[in-house]
Design a protein around this ligand. Structure first.
Ligand code: SAM
Ligand code: FES
Length: 348
């Protein structure tokens, strides 16, 4: 096992068979070694720095029906909301004073926000905070729309591929196509965004073979950011009685990703903090180097419910900022308040 981990560390590559062997046979002892090697690489490229992103969940309307997601359009119990451009700017202003230099605008796929509205929001933020990076996470759009948002000032785009197992993808995403998702990711890279892909862990019927497909997919796509986190059930979905993904599996996959793509920006996600009180700290120790505290107004935080048990729904932005800094320091890392771009990226 040690040999395989050394090979992964040295070559930043393993073939499918080797990845599957690693996932099937990892023991507590080899996991320790994997974590150690993953940490060596994050220290080499990013030192002990952890970057902050302020997350603004600006709409929980969505036209899609992803089977796992609490804000899917079929969920009649979801209490829907949208933030105005002014409300979004207010979140950014609060965040800016607290030191945030990246704003992540995330939402369901909500046709109310036409390209014109998104461009207006992006360019308003950019003109007020020219030293900040803007990340969009608003789903699948056309090449032309992505291009317009980029020209308006958006720098990064998060679009998880969710799972690279086509069969599982089709089952989870009615009326969507994996091919289109992949085409969107390619368009985003082509335009010049810093691109984030990623997947969920512990979905019903997901196997180690499926994770191997995700890892190979990511290695080939070579994105700048990778968001992975445990699946967590939501009470209004068909998966309400299913189990969540585990901390153990998520940290193993975080370390493997750090070794496969050493310079990637890798968040310790809120979902990881939800399944375990020290989940985000464990994620950082496994090789993650980004955290995304919530900047949404507290009045809407408990409406953007993708899964049950979401943390930090009642905390003001300032409390979150303080709490997260303490957590980062206590875990042995230091907060970096710069924009935190991927070291291989320049705006075209
Ligand atoms: N609509 C955008 C998109 O499709 O990329 C962004 C919003 S979407 C709600 C953000 C992410 O939440 C998804 O990519 C998915 O991986 C994650 N997510 C949704 N439901 C989840 C659940 N039940 N457990 C864990 N993560 C979930
Ligand atoms: Fe929000 Fe800790 S991150 S209170």
């Amino acid at each position: 096992m040690k040999n395989i981990i050394n090979k992964l560390y040295e070559n930043n590559f393993l073939n499918e068979k080797e990845l599957l062997y690693l996932l099937n046979n990892i023991s507590p002892e080899s996991k320790k070694y994997l974590t150690l090697k993953a940490n060596e690489l994050r220290l080499k490229y990013y030192k002990d720095k952890v970057y902050l992103r302020g997350l603004i969940e600006f709409t929980n309307y969505c036209k899609n029906n992803c089977a796992y997601c609490g804000i899917q359009s079929n969920n009649k119990n979801a209490d829907r909301y949208r933030l105005s451009c002014e409300e979004i700017i207010n979140c950014c202003s609060k965040g800016y004073l607290l030191g945030y230099r990246t704003f992540v605008l995330q939402g369901g796929e909500d046709p109310f926000y036409t390209d014109e509205k998104i461009i207006d929001i992006v360019s308003s933020i950019k003109s007020k905070f020219p030293d900040c990076a803007i990340t969009l996470s608003i789903g699948e759009k056309s090449y032309e729309s992505y291009k317009k948002y980029y020209n308006a000032g958006a720098d990064r785009y998060l679009l998880r591929h969710e799972t690279a197992s086509k069969k599982l993808y089709d089952f989870l995403h009615p009326n969507m196509s994996f091919e289109n998702r992949v085409n969107c990711l390619k368009s985003l890279k082509n335009i010049g965004y810093q691109v984030g892909a990623g997947f969920m862990i512990g979905l019903p019927n997901q196997t180690n073979e499926d994770y191997v497909k995700d890892l190979i997919f990511l290695k080939n796509l070579n994105p700048h950011m990778i968001g992975i986190g445990p699946f967590i059930p939501h009470k209004d979905t068909i998966f309400k009685n299913e189990k969540s993904g585990t901390l153990e599996k998520t940290t193993t996959l975080l370390s493997i990703i750090r070794l496969l793509l050493p310079t990637v920006l890798l968040p310790a996600t809120t979902a990881l903090g939800t399944i375990s009180p020290l989940g985000r700290e464990q994620g950082l120790k496994a090789g993650a180097n980004v955290v995304m505290p919530n900047l949404s107004p507290t009045s809407v935080r408990n409406k953007y419910l993708l899964y049950d048990g979401k943390i930090c729904t009642g905390d003001e932005a300032a409390e979150c900022r303080k709490c997260i800094e303490n957590r980062i320091n206590n875990a042995g890392f230091s907060l970096d308040l710069s924009r935190g771009d991927n070291i291989n990226w320049r705006r075209k």
